[in-house]
Design a protein around this ligand. Structure first.
Ligand code: ADP
Ligand code: NA
Length: 329
């Protein structure tokens, strides 16, 4: 009934790390190139749920836009824009917050986790999953590529779509979460392979950032925690450290895991690390240079985000008019 439509968002929180890149933005590019109808949003309104520095936030928005382009997103094929420049997001967010109960939000694990580290919890931090639902529903998206940790938020979106449809008539599709469930979908911390690679990791050697200099990447991978076995195998349960390197190597080189392992048969993990580092450096180098180039042309970025917003607005306005009419607004 509804045409296949993909929506995803990313917060403008500084640099992407290798996990964000391989787990999200690289997949977005693949979806774009497979001819899907794709909309990708820099969700700055989500970034103000915790205190922000205005100058840093503004710079981070540009950096994220530059990064998305450098990673292969093409504004001719993807709608790329900044959330706060399409006001219908917050309008639908308010409307949906009137359809959502407080207990339904309080149970969400991300809120529980985040509110533990914040002393005075802002209302926005509590309701941001509703804004996230609005982001998706505003475009009547049918598919949402997200990480596993977002599953509950997608379920909230499905729940709110059903409530709206039941109360006011069929309006929204029930969206599907596109989640990669296999081991290789999750890039792990280089220092503690039991954890996922994350920007909130305090150990700066645990995370490879997309703009890291080649020698920094080499250093971090050399120091990656593996185990006492020296051959290279892919056993995510028993040997998460070396398996993580195999996954990274496979993903940046576009080589299947079995082939990566077979080609490393003659070398030990020490030498293998250098091979992985080389592949990562080679893969990220053009991206890093392209980010710098895009950031040097800020007017082009502004222009591009504005035309993306213009395209997003056309859909958003049409859908918000339908919503308001159905609700008697
Ligand atoms: P972080 O956990 O570093 O704060 P986010 O939660 O902002 O990252 O995630 C942004 C996107 O990157 C999401 O789609 C998420 O699923 C993906 N992602 C984050 N960390 C990883 C990882 N280690 N491996 C694969 N994908 C990841
Ligand atoms: Na996260």
């Amino acid at each position: 009934k509804y045409p296949r439509k993909i929506f995803s968002g990313i917060q403008p929180t500084g640099q992407l790390h290798l996990g964000n890149y391989l787990g999200a933005v690289q997949k977005w590019t693949q979806l774009q190139n497979s001819g899907d109808d794709v909309t990708y949003c820099i969700v700055d309104m989500h970034s103000i749920t915790i205190p922000q520095n205005p100058a840093v936030l503004r710079e981070n928005i540009f950096e994220m836009a530059a990064t998305m382009l450098a990673c292969g997103l093409d504004p001719q094929k993807s709608t790329i824009f900044v959330q706060s420049s399409v006001q219908e997001h917050t309008e639908l967010g308010w409307i949906l917050s009137c359809l959502c109960t407080m207990p339904r939000l309080g149970h969400l694990p991300q809120y529980k986790e985040k509110s533990r580290t914040v002393k005075d919890v802002p209302l926005g931090l509590y309701v941001y999953p509703v804004l996230q639902a609005a982001d998706i529903m505003l475009y009547k998206a049918t598919h949402v590529p997200v990480g596993e940790d977002q599953l509950q938020h997608i379920q909230l979106t499905q729940h709110l779509s059903r409530i709206f449809n039941t109360k006011f008539g069929q309006t929204f599709p029930i969206c599907h979460a596109m989640i990669d469930n296999h081991d290789a979908a999750r890039i792990r911390s280089l220092r503690n392979p039991a954890k996922k690679m994350s920007k909130s990791d305090l150990d700066t050697k645990a995370t490879i950032n997309i703009r890291d200099a080649p020698e920094v990447i080499v250093e971090k991978i050399k120091k990656a925690v593996t185990d006492f076995t020296s051959d290279v195998t892919y056993e995510p349960e028993a040997r998460p450290g070396v398996s993580n390197l195999v996954v990274i190597h496979s993903m940046v080189s576009g080589t299947p895991i079995e082939k990566v392992v077979a080609e490393a048969r003659a070398i030990d993990t020490g030498r293998y690390k250098l091979r992985v580092a080389e592949a990562v450096v080679e893969h990220l180098k053009p991206i890093r240079l392209a980010i710098d180039e895009h950031l040097a042309q800020k007017n082009d970025l502004i222009h591009l985000l504005e035309s993306g917003a213009e395209r997003a607005r056309q859909v958003a306005q049409q859908n918000i008019v339908e919503v308001k009419e159905k609700m008697g607004l």
